[in-house]
Ligand binder design. Structure first.
Ligand SMILES: [Ca+2]
Ligand SMILES: [Ca+2]
Ligand SMILES: [Ca+2]
Ligand SMILES: [Ca+2]
Length: 253
């Protein structure tokens, strides 16, 4: 019993530190805004302190990014960011770019100063990497064009309709400027259960009119999970009840 308590405590400590590195689909787009040149993302796992995530709107060939567009680098900050948190990344083409948590900065790579998110035929990738140009784990991608033409997802581990989101899939607009996940943010039993919901563009509001979204603020409401006790919790509760019952019997005896 003591040993299992120690293991549980160690697991809880690791979880609270967010010690596990992000995996594919653990940080996913919930908003895209080509007019503001910004986006929003939800964490489906705790983000460890000082995690670095890169972004690029260069096109991925299947083995490398091409040139001519931008890279950004985000560092999550000194605290763990809890699963369910939505983070906004703003004005990525401007000098006063920012993130609602952590620090967002441009990465000058191969001299490109084309930092803008285009109103058509754009893909944005989010990934872990040893540098901006050397991805190790792709987290998510989003496009207002297509992954077939405007930047591929071959060899990224990403799946269209799950963690690679194509805003024009339902052809509401062939080149939407803006899209935002509009589905549930509460009621699921696990964060993993939200992944298919966010990945399904039927749950998104997508621009149909080439409107002006330059000052549109994304929804940053956190995702929450309903409290379902883990099996270990039931075991602890049962153990507690038995102990109380046993003590009561002893007192009666
Ligand atoms: Ca591009
Ligand atoms: Ca671009
Ligand atoms: Ca733009
Ligand atoms: Ca527009």
């Amino acid at each position: 019993m003591k040993k299992s308590f120690a293991l549980l405590a160690a697991a809880a400590a690791l979880a609270s530190q967010g010690a596990v590195a992000l995996g594919t689909g653990d940080l996913v787009f919930t908003g895209f805004n080509a007019d503001e040149d910004g986006w929003a993302m939800v964490a489906f796992a705790n983000i460890a302190a000082n995690t670095t995530v890169y972004f690029s709107d260069n096109e991925w060939s299947g083995s490398a990014f091409n040139t001519g567009e931008s890279y950004h680098r985000w560092v999550s900050g000194n605290s763990v960011i809890a699963a369910g948190t939505v983070i906004r990344f703003s004005k990525t083409d401007a000098t006063d770019l920012s993130a609602s948590l952590g620090t967002l900065a441009r990465q000058a790579v191969s001299g490109s100063s084309n930092y803008g998110t285009a109103n058509s035929n754009e893909v944005i990738y989010a990934y872990l990497g040893s540098s901006a140009t050397a991805p190790t784990t792709f987290l998510s991608a989003i496009t207002n064009g297509s992954f077939a033409v405007d930047g591929g997802i071959a060899n990224t581990g990403l799946t269209e309709g799950l963690n690679a989101i194509r805003l024009n899939k339902n052809a509401t607009s062939t080149t939407p400027d803006f899209g935002q996940y509009n589905g549930p943010r509460s009621g699921q039993a696990s964060f993993a259960a939200y992944k298919a919901l966010v990945g399904n563009v039927s749950n998104w509001t997508v621009d149909t009119t080439n409107g002006n979204y330059a000052t549109t603020v994304p929804n940053t409401t956190a995702f929450t999970i309903s409290a379902v006790p883990e099996p270990e919790t039931y075991a602890l509760m049962l153990g507690g009840l038995l102990t109380v019952g046993f003590a009561a019997r002893r007192r009666r005896g």
